[in-house]
Design a binder for this molecule. Structure first.
Ligand SMILES: [Zn+2]
Length: 426
């Protein structure tokens, strides 16, 4: 598949560049780069730095407050008890659904669940948003074959997916692409899988979101969704009313809790919330277990094809990537490598501001969404930009950090949104 070979070549070149050339190049590219916290990587354009430190790293007490080790142990025991009780409970086609994207996290998770719970009948489910990386699609077939697990791919029609992303990219809220495009992505996947699980009477959906994603995308501070959450109907995502965007038939993709009897509503479980693993451990494990070829464990290869566009749009409209706060938090907690992520976000910023190093990924993604660069705020005239619905616009290109919801208050991405839309988020 030439698309796959091309993608691997581009990513390998980019990663080689970040590792070997960028440490030198960054000194010359200084004027294009926002200063970032010298302890984590939080950019100055997101939160003010004092003595090179962000508010989190200046605070005497941790503002991230991950769950305590004792609480993680309790969550782990509860998870274990629930899964082990399933086979004796009732005859079912499947005991649990495992969301499987083909990336390193869900590959590790699926393997571990199969090892630790051999009595469970698991159904691995892939939701293909039609923008999936060809490498991820190929890895999925191979990993599923090796693990010997039942597998189902759900691929909604491309026109619906394109419409959703087109709308999200042109109606970004103050949390940028993470709070809009990625929020739609995550919520859509959750709801498709919840509908399928309810239909097949599967009581649990196990999902490989990281602790930061559980908190930012689901606005949840637990490893499991509650019965109350699952009883709700989703009416909006990222502040956008779903009925304004989707027709009656498409609305069936979205979760409608009240339409199901309580015992048919599945609960979502997030074991990474208590497993307490860092990125490098998971990478080593998937390679050691031979789950994917060396190099394919890079998220740049297995992520979907809208990620580069999201990065460029954020850099040029917000002044930072809306994913930086999440990775900065992982760096502070010792769960991600500082140098790697600092250099990655700096390179992204340099690429966005100069147009250098940008491959064809951005324009290909735009073409599929029938959007122009001007329509997503990364080119074109001011007149075009003014018509766009983006809160960062209101404060001008350099002042996005002062937009409502940013800076210190916004230092917990998704929080403000969570409080605002709590009734629709589950
Ligand atoms: Zn910091």
């Amino acid at each position: 598949m030439p698309a796959k070979a091309q993608l691997i070549r581009d990513v390998r070149r980019f990663e080689w560049y970040i590792r070997h050339v960028w440490p030198i190049h960054r000194r010359l590219a200084h004027k294009h780069l926002t200063p970032r916290c010298r302890r984590c990587i939080l950019p100055q354009s997101y939160a003010p730095l004092v003595d090179g430190l962000c508010p989190h790293c200046r605070a005497t007490q941790s503002t991230d407050a991950p769950p305590s080790p004792a609480r993680k142990l309790r969550m782990h025991a509860d998870f274990d008890r629930r899964l082990r009780a399933l086979p004796a409970e009732k005859a079912r086609l499947y005991h649990a659904m495992v969301l499987f994207s083909g990336g390193k996290d869900s590959s590790y998770m699926l393997h571990r669940l199969l090892q630790e719970y051999p009595d469970l009948r698991l159904l691995a489910v892939t939701v293909d948003n039609t923008f999936m990386s060809p490498v991820a699609l190929e890895n999925i077939q191979e990993i599923i074959r090796r693990l010997g697990v039942d597998h189902l791919t759900l691929r909604p029609k491309a026109a619906t997916m394109e419409k959703m992303y087109r709308y999200a990219f042109t109606h970004l809220n103050d949390k940028g692409c993470a709070g809009t495009v990625d929020q739609f992505d995550g919520d859509f996947f959750s709801d498709l899988s919840r509908n399928l699980a309810a239909k097949l009477e599967i009581p649990y959906i196990v999902c490989g979101l990281s602790p930061a994603q559980v908190e930012n995308i689901l606005h949840l501070r637990d490893y499991m969704t509650s019965e109350q959450d699952e009883a709700l109907a989703r009416e909006q995502v990222a502040g956008i009313r779903l009925r304004d965007l989707f027709d009656e038939q498409e609305m069936n993709y979205w979760w409608n809790g009240p339409a199901w009897p309580a015992e048919r509503r599945p609960r979502m479980l997030f074991p990474f919330y208590f497993w307490d693993l860092d990125e490098s451990f998971i990478k080593r494990e998937v390679l050691r277990l031979g789950l994917m070829p060396r190099g394919d464990e890079s998220p740049l290869i297995t992520n979907h094809q809208l990620i580069p566009l999201m990065g460029i749009v954020d850099m040029l409209t917000l002044g930072y990537s809306s994913f930086e706060p999440e990775f900065a938090s992982m760096v502070r907690q010792g769960k991600a490598d500082r140098r790697h992520w600092l250099y990655s976000f700096e390179t992204l910023e340099y690429a966005a501001k100069t147009g250098h190093l940008l491959g064809t990924a951005v324009d290909e993604a735009l073409a599929r969404l029938s959007l122009t660069r001007a329509q997503v705020g990364i080119g074109g005239t001011d007149d075009t930009l003014d018509r766009l619905c983006h809160p960062a616009r209101a404060v001008g290109p350099a002042g996005a950090a002062n937009a409502p919801g940013h800076g210190l208050r916004g230092a917990q991405p998704g929080r403000a949104l969570a409080e605002h839309h709590l009734e629709t988020v589950s």
